[in-house]
Design a binder for this molecule. Sequence first.
Ligand code: AHG
Ligand code: MN
Ligand code: MN
Length: 363
Amino acid sequence: TRRRFTLTQYLIEQRRRFPTASGDFNALLLDVALACKAIARTVAFGDLGSMLGQPAPEVTTTVNVQGEEQKKLDVISNEYFTQMTEWGGHLAGMASEEMDHPYQIPATLQRGKYLLVFDPLDGSSNIDVNVTVGSIFSVLRAPQDVIDSGRDVVEADFLQPGAQQLAAGYALYGPTTMLVLTVGSGVAGFTLDPNLGQFMLTHPNLQIPEDTHEFAINASNSRFWEAPVKRYVDECLAGKTGARGKDFNMRWIASMVAEAHRILMRGGVFLYPRDTKDASKHGRLRLLYEANPVGMIIEQAGGRASTGREPVLSVKPTELHQRIGFVFGSKNEVERIERYHREPGAYKDDANPLFAERSLFRD
Ligand code: AHG
Ligand code: MN
Ligand code: MN
């Protein structure tokens, strides 16, 4: 039989590049992987685990800081993350979609030099219909004064551009459970062997094709899109007979982590752009625990991740739960979308003959 590496072996190999590394980083990632395995098991039991749907009466929080309804599995997944990673002594603090404020490592435990930021269950609206969901995580270095003093973490400690991430990854709870990881030298994919309970290296060097004819966007928002996005989608829809001269295919899972995985496997482009739906929100997805980790993985795999205007990894965050427009995937398509955003007059949609007429998404 073919010899396969486990996640542990892969991390040890990676660490050989840094002979002075303490091993804390690897230990942290293995704790994260354990949390993901626990979530995978819980998700796999579905209704049998009576974990679906509304939170049980003993769970008091039902709406998170974003005003979104928390499913019981959102809360349980969040607890798996905190409980399986806080004890190791590697973390200075954590932040999550499901926690309004940074999470402090209890005083009874040791504190370390890393920050863990995560979306414990992405796409959780899909849980009740048995469609793929996942967990997304990002590892940052804590500011030096946090490491030196061991003080409590504050929101500002987490507001680091995505380019400073040390590692990023996601787990996917689909037909198989997978873990996709970058520690800054390419992207590796692991498949959970259910017999061994181990993540096995199945995709050693994921690369996103530079070109694609597949796009993903929630078209029900089309009336709120800005002109460059309308232009891009209209051109895709026009297919062979339009400016692009080729037919496109469309996909929308409503689980960003699953879309990211499809794009890593076969290329494509994903857009959840900034739009005019709600002036108080600059996009749908969250910068720190959705866009940044997925952005790092996509760029490490040769793709591109953007706000439409600038590389997402260069954005200096201003808030823990900040939302942002997010466009990622095959390099040439994302660069085209960025170009449409830069072109003069591209914002004034009515002034631009390209979308004044003949949009399938218009009445
Ligand atoms: P979450 O379940 O963590 O709140 O995130 C859901 C996100 C993302 O996964 C997905 O792409 C998007 O929300 C779906 O948005 P629509 O509801 O507009 O389809
Ligand atoms: Mn999410
Ligand atoms: Mn979530």
